[in-house]
Every structure is written in C-alpha cells, then in structure tokens.
Design a binder for this molecule. Structure first.
Ligand code: ASP
Length: 336
C-alpha cells in the first residue's frame, strides 16, 4: 500500500504569485500538488497558514507544532511547505517542541514560485515526500537534493537553489543517480512524543562587533530580555578592555539572565577554554553554544526558558545533546 503523507502548507515563495505589492503566498497546497503530476504516495493536504515566512513567529511555531502533533498518528510522514527565510528557525524550534516525534516531518520550500517553469519547487516537494517515507522519525529540512537534520540547517544563499546547508554535520542523505544515499545515521528517537510548546521569546541574539557598547545588554535586560545569545568572535572570545563585555556577561548572569556565547563563524565549534578572552567569559558563567547554529541556539534558549529553567539548568541543558543539534566536547575529542 502506498505511503500516506500529509502536506501542511504554510505559504512562502513556493506558494507565491506576483502581485502589485510583490510576491505574496496565495496558492493552496492542492495547487502545489497538482503541478507535480502523479506520485507514488497517497497525499492529503491541509492549508494551515498562508504567510511569507518573515511573518512566521512563535505563535505560528506553536500552531504548526500542534497541527503536526494532532495528525502524526494518521500518517506515515508529514511534509510542511514553508518560506525559506525563517525555515531553519522553524525546523529548530519544532525539533524541541516535538521531541520524540514518531514519524518523519520534513520541511521544504523553494527559491522560485511553483508556477514558474524552471522553479525548484517540484523537485523539492518530490524530495520532501520521498524523505517523509524513507527517513527515521525526526524533524528534517529537504532542499536541493539534500535531506538535512532540521536543527542543523542554515539558510546561506538568497537566490541560488543551493540555499541551505547542514552546518557542522553532513546532510542525512543526498540524492544521486543511485537514489537517496544516506550519509548520517540519525539516532532513533524513543517516543512517545510529548508536545511541549512552552517557550519564552523574550530573548535576544546579539552579533558582537568592535566598539559594541556592553551597556546595551543591560538596556535589553531592563526592557524584559530573559536570555541572550552573543555571537562572539572566533572560538567565542569577547573584549574586556575599555568596553568590558566579559564583565557585563558576568553581571547579567548574576542577575539570573543566561548568556550563551556562540561564534560568528558559521563553521566549526566555539571553545571558550582556548583563549583568555573566552576563558574569562567562561569564569563569569558564559554558556558555550559549542557547534550549534545561531538559529538553533536562540530557539533552544527560548524553549529552555519556557520550561522555567534557571541559569544553572540552562547551562546543563546547553551541555546536553537533545535532538542532534550539538556535538559535545567529548565527541569533539573523538574527532581530533
Ligand atoms: N520571503 C520568502 C519566505 O520566506 C522567501 C522564500 O520562501 O524563499 O516566505
């Protein structure tokens, strides 16, 4: 019997048409499927949102997670069509909200609307449907002949079809003339899935630059920011002369605001123990993001704070590989 797949459509370029005000998502999921011709799957469609993904925010994440949770037992897999701009954030957040999901859930979209003859949409949809029948349970992003673990993805190109990368781990599978070739083993999930959409989005993601005024961090805290991810330099270092970022991080942590130090470098890990500028931050209580993407670090922080974790618990949580989002130091050592 053919695999039964649910398509949840949410908008994005894939569903967009040209209007006087620019590209807007107007096409339904049925219209997307129709353009694919006959496929060897039994596909059902639900239009749940019709948004450019720039408009997808925590409220939509919760809603998408609830829909997936509601229908997960009725299908072999679920495909979510979604705008590319914030797809990596959604994929990361869904990974935390739907831990233990019992089926493959695959996000996809396209760089060019589906009604354009040379669009990448048909290929990406076919890829996502196939991934939803072949992958182990989990949250994935399928794009341009690659299937990636959702929480490891970053959008790295604005126009090229090769828009997403799997950062710091190989893609789960690639498409070659041999079909779907699996490269990375995904840890089997234990299940049963417990939907948990409690998050605290009063957080901030700050890219450090020479001259940044650390007082701005206190201004954030004063306006209700409960946690901060700092994209620091290289291995995770931050300045302490003249403008004392390290001291500011310590003060915030003592106020109960967790500060995560990640790297501005897209590839490889941050390691605060290597340089003095990292070690001092570590001594003040900065939490390392290791090799996590910024998209994943900020969503992981929102989810942690949503569980009412204190600074100490957030630090422990960031030292735990929850859904395949991070390579921990012990695993790093093995790699060297
Ligand atoms: N702005 C669009 C969106 O994210 C871009 C895309 O889908 O490629 O919804």
């Amino acid at each position: 019997m053919a695999n039964k797949i649910l398509l949840l459509s949410t908008g994005g370029t894939i569903a967009s048409v040209i209007s006087d005000s620019g590209l807007v998502p107007k096409k339904s999921g049925e219209q997307l499927i129709k353009l694919l011709g006959k496929l060897p799957f039994e596909i059902e469609v639900k239009d749940i949102l019709q948004l450019d993904s720039s408009n997808i925010q925590p409220e939509e994440w919760k809603f998408i997670a609830e829909e997936i949770f509601k229908y997960r037992n009725d299908y072999d897999g679920i495909v979510v069509s979604h705008g590319t701009d914030t797809m990596a954030y959604t994929a990361s957040m869904l990974s935390f909200m739907l831990q233990g999901i019992e089926i493959p859930v695959v996000l996809t979209g396209s760089q060019v609307p589906i009604n354009v003859v040379l669009s990448d949409a048909p290929d990406n949809l076919r890829l996502a449907f196939t991934a939803a029948t072949k992958c182990a349970p989990g949250i994935y992003l399928a794009f341009d002949r690659k299937i990636m673990l959702g929480c490891r993805t970053v959008k790295v190109r604005t126009t090229n079809f090769n828009a997403f990368e799997s950062v710091n781990v190989p893609p789960v599978a690639k498409i070659t003339s041999d079909g779907m070739v699996f490269e990375k083993k995904v840890k089997a999930v234990s299940g049963p899935c417990k939907l948990n959409t409690n998050i605290d989005s009063h957080v901030s993601l700050v890219k450090l630059f020479p001259g940044f005024d650390p007082n701005l961090l206190f201004a954030m805290a004063k306006s209700g920011c409960h946690g901060i991810v700092i994209e620091a330099y290289g291995m995770g270092g931050m300045n302490y002369i003249r403008r004392n970022m390290v001291g500011a991080v310590g003060k915030l942590i003592r106020q109960g605001i967790p500060v995560i130090a990640s790297s501005q470098c897209l590839y490889e890990r941050s390691d605060l123990t290597k340089y003095e500028v990292g070690r001092l931050a570590l001594l003040e209580g900065a939490i390392s993001a290791h090799d996590m993407t910024s998209e994943c670090a900020i969503t992981k922080l929102m989810w942690a704070l949503g569980q009412s974790m204190d600074v100490h618990q957030v630090a422990q949580f960031f030292n735990t590989n929850v859904v395949g989002e991070v390579t921990l130091d012990s695993e790093d050592e093995k790699r060297e």
